[in-house]
Design a protein. Structure first.
Length: 211
């Protein structure tokens, strides 16, 4: 019996072994599995870093909220964070003018001034809980930044605090929200919002609170 040959010939049954293309397919699938697993591991780690950053933000919120009720006390230990106007340090008495010299007129006493956020922050970061705090993305102490900006990927894991200021009645916008900056006075209660910067430096709101 003659067998058919040529391009229309029937396919020869396989002998049960793996061809080179089969091994290539298996290798490709193995690489895909490894890649998917690795991406999953990285996503999990980034998620954990974000959660740890949230815990850092929650610690800031808890401390600021707790001290909000204390900083009006006369004996509040962190004087740079105390509310109200702080009296200036008394001036030292001037030395008597030499004989024959014209005495200078006494200088007027300096006016009381409010504490600022910058001076207060310098004291807060000395608190052991904050001094030992770690940014999980960088392994360094988290920084307080004016805002989270996706254009700057170096901000991941840092903390941003904004203040809300009420506008006069009848204004189109009831409140103005802006960054809490070092020069801001803290003599009165502040309405604040704290966010942390995620892996892409996008803000994740932690809480709104009073300080």
């Amino acid at each position: 019996m003659e067998t058919q040959s040529g391009p229309h010939a029937a396919a020869t049954p396989s002998d049960g072994g793996f061809s080179t293309s089969d091994f290539g397919f298996f290798a490709l699938m193995a690489l895909v599995v490894v890649a998917v697993t690795w991406v999953g591991v990285l996503s999990f780690e980034e998620g954990m870093h974000t959660e740890k950053s949230k815990r850092n933000g929650e610690a800031w919120v808890a401390w600021l909220t707790e001290n909000s009720a204390k900083r009006s006390d006369p004996d509040y230990p962190l004087r740079a964070c105390a509310a109200g106007l702080q009296a200036p340090t008394a001036a030292q008495p001037s030395e008597p003018a030499p004989e024959g010299a014209t005495e200078e007129a006494p200088k007027p006493a300096a006016a009381a001034a409010p504490n600022t956020w910058g001076a207060c922050l310098a004291e807060i970061v000395k608190v052991p809980a904050f001094a030992a705090m770690v940014n999980p993305f960088t392994g360094k102490t988290p920084e307080l930044v004016e805002k989270c900006d996706p254009a700057d990927h170096n901000l991941h894991g840092n903390i941003a605090i904004e203040k809300s200021i009420s506008n006069p009645p009848g204004s189109a916008v009831p409140v103005t929200i802006s960054a809490l900056v070092p020069g801001d006075a803290i003599d009165t209660k502040l309405q604040l919002k704290l966010s942390i910067c995620d892996k892409g430096a996008y803000p994740i709101k932690v809480s709104e609170f009073e300080f």
